[in-house]
Design a protein around this ligand. Structure first.
Ligand code: FES
Length: 152
């Protein structure tokens, strides 16, 4: 795989003040731009904020929304919290795997979709819940899961 084009990185780095408290906002911006955290970008963040690279990696590893490997263009998350589990989220997850052609926790080979489990998103009354690029879809059954507006 070719290394990512990081030509937009200086602009992203300049968009935030050079303070250690900007670490997470910068990592979030980088994740949003490249759908992952390229190593060279992490080194640049470390230098700009004067935060040790080990600390940058530790923060990047801690948050599930941040990833070292590229996520798909569309992010589908199936809630696996207790309420959703009791309402059939496993069947929904199975249907999503089948309709999207990717195993839970993976990204499809064409890079279009990442399917991953997520902990309770705070919408238990709508269980089972699926999130599509952050938008909540509630009371999803396996048949409805296959019809979510993915366009992929
Ligand atoms: S358990 Fe799924 S939204 Fe709470």
């Amino acid at each position: 795989m070719a290394p990512p084009d990081l030509s937009a990185l200086p602009g992203i780095l300049e968009s935030r003040p050079p303070e250690p408290g900007e670490l997470l906002p910068l990592l979030t911006l980088i994740q949003g731009r490249w759908r992952c955290l390229p190593e060279e970008a992490l080194k640049a963040v470390s230098a700009k904020l004067r935060v040790p690279l080990a600390r940058v990696f530790a923060v990047a590893s801690f948050y599930k929304a941040l990833s070292f490997t590229p996520k798909g263009e569309r992010l589908v998350q199936v809630c696996c919290g207790t309420a959703c589990h009791l309402k059939g989220s496993q069947a929904v997850a199975g249907a999503m795997e089948k309709s999207l052609g990717v195993a839970m926790g993976g990204t499809r080979e064409d890079g279009k979709v990442t399917l991953e489990p997520v902990n309770c998103v705070g919408a238990c009354a709508l269980a089972p819940v699926v999130m599509l690029d952050g938008a909540v879809f509630g009371k999803v059954n396996p048949a409805a899961a296959a019809k979510l507006p993915l366009g992929a």
